[in-house]
Design a protein around this ligand. Sequence first.
Ligand SMILES: Nc1nc2c(ncn2[C@@H]2O[C@H](COP(=O)(O)OP(=O)(O)OP(=O)(O)O)[C@@H](O)[C@H]2O)c(=O)[nH]1
Ligand SMILES: [Mg+2]
Length: 330
Amino acid sequence: MLRIFRKNKKKPGSVQDVQLRPAEASGADALELRLEDTRRQLGRRLGALLTNRSSIDEDLLDEIETTLITSDIGVNAALEIVENLRAGIANRVITEPGQVLPAVQAELYELIEPCEQFLAVDESRKPYVILMVGVNGAGKTTTIGKLAQRFKEDGLEVMLAAGDTFRAAAVEQLKSWGERNQIPVVAQGSGADSAAVIFAALQSAKARGVDVLIADTAGRLHTQHNLMEELKKIHRVMSRIDESAPHEIMLVVDAGTGQNALNQAREFNQAIGLTGITITKLDGTARGGVLFGIAHELGLPIRFIGVGEAAKDLRPFDAGSFVNAILPID
Ligand SMILES: Nc1nc2c(ncn2[C@@H]2O[C@H](COP(=O)(O)OP(=O)(O)OP(=O)(O)O)[C@@H](O)[C@H]2O)c(=O)[nH]1
Ligand SMILES: [Mg+2]
């Protein structure tokens, strides 16, 4: 049986539905507030372009294109959006300036909606194995802690593997999340072989009938050949115990790195094959537009977005809420 993590999925039937969707959280937790910097960068600037316009001209389309590109959406995605607007104008679907902003919103939604694919824990896989990868400081370990807590609240039995054996502090960081939430953490001393730790954890998780095993790994750059080979080795030793494992290879990227996050996604995907992405620190950056660039270029499932430090701030990616938060239409 497939278990959908967070069952509150409400798929918007049309672009109109998206605009009418209520916010999931209110007050300081509202997504709009958490994504304020990106909203200012993208939504407000687009809005300002369109106020007091009496007609649509080529200059306006150019300015929209520039705004999209400078909001980290990426050149290709920006060009495509503006091309579609141009077609809408030619077909007379868009006839007045007031229709432009909703059309951009619809374009952004269409672009990113296919990436709204919630993480589904397949309960026939025991354990369901998630391998977390990414560059240094992206938010891997924090995301594991938040995820583990949420799985546990969802009634699943969770185990963590301290596969970042480079720094003793990394093991401690994972252990403290585990202790806070009474979640077992399999670890060995620093300097241990990462693949060996993860292998032992998977054996133990299987023996104990744990539902979900999440494996942490040390931060690395795709250019560090040995470290990328290490990830492949981890993959190989896991499949010796369960040939379908890992069931999810999740890249964690820091939204604040902008176009670099897109590069990381491209490179890690090429090197080891990703099944999902989590984008963190959207609460502290104006560069959230990069999600559209990632969606446009890679089309990988965007599993979660991180909008703060607390466990509740790791939210399943919901395309409609995301687009509404950064480009609200009054
Ligand atoms: N504001 C904010 N901070 C976050 C978010 N996610 C992670 N952080 C912070 O980012 C910092 C780095 O997070 P880690 O989880 O240690 O990153 P990591 O990828 O495990 O780093 P390495 O193990 O060094 O590769 C920590 O201070 C986290 O609290 C987020 O969504 N919002
Ligand atoms: Mg870490």
